[in-house]
Design a protein around this ligand. Structure first.
Ligand code: ADP
Length: 213
């Protein structure tokens, strides 16, 4: 089983590309962001606590996230590959993942680093919306649904914006990224493939798939 990390700031296109790879290859994807946003919708103490943390832009505790990931890997150990989208977020999480994979005689095979300007990032994040039914991601500036108000993938007409995509939260998320996540570039330096993430969705996915096939 291959283990592939998608690394880059919020809004660089990781979620979009994870979706494409899962459609084309027998891979599964794990997005801690998606799992946590699901949890935040729950009407429970944990749900409300998670929602508060997401709204503030800071990260959930390493132990909690590591536990979620290990659980996911154990359940998907027979897949051809796992795409990690938005995890690990810092060096401690990367070490924990490495230990866990080693204990199953596995390792991170490749790390794709999505490189793009901050101006593009901001536009991508503020324009992002997703289908409430299947999770397909769109952007009001770049890539809206073909038929207005109807999901290309499943036909649903229900969409929403992420609560953590507000501009105020975004500045904090970018700061957290710069401080905790960019050291991973050094940590993974022997496995990194730099991708020009300014390019179109199709160009980026062609580039990623050429390394995975
Ligand atoms: P991440 O998961 O890295 O936070 P997303 O995949 O959610 O990023 O993408 C952020 C926004 O940018 C979404 O609205 C998505 O539709 C849009 N987007 C993603 N990739 C591209 C691209 N290559 N060109 C233009 N817009 C893109």
């Amino acid at each position: 089983m291959k283990n592939i990390v998608l690394l880059g700031p919020p809004g660089c296109g990781k979620g979009t590309q994870a979706g494409v790879i899962v459609d084309k290859l027998k891979y599964v994807k794990v997005s801690t962001g998606d799992l946590l946003r699901e949890l935040a919708k729950e009407d429970s103490e944990l749900g409300r606590k998670t929602n508060k943390i997401l709204m503030s832009g800071v990260l959930i505790s390493d132990e909690e996230v590591n536990r979620i990931i290990e659980n996911f890997c154990n359940q998907n150990i027979t897949a051809d590959g796992i795409i990690y989208d938005g995890y690990p977020r810092n060096v401690l999480q990367a070490q924990s993942l490495e230990q866990f994979l080693n204990s199953h005689s596995l390792a991170i095979d490749l790390v794709f680093y999505f490189d793009l300007s901050e101006t593009t990032l901001i536009k991508r994040i503020t324009g992002r919306y997703a289908c409430n039914h299947c999770g397909a991601i769109y952007n009001e500036f770049y890539s809206s649904t073909i038929k207005p108000g109807e999901c290309d993938n499943c036909g649903s007409s229900s969409f929403s914006k992420r609560t953590d995509d507000l501009v105020a939260t975004l500045v904090e998320r970018l700061n957290v990224y710069k401080k905790s996540t960019s050291p991973l570039l050094e940590y993974y330096k022997n496995k990194i493939i730099k991708i020009d993430a300014e390019k179109s969705v199709k160009e980026v996915s062609n580039s990623l798939l050429s390394y995975l096939r």
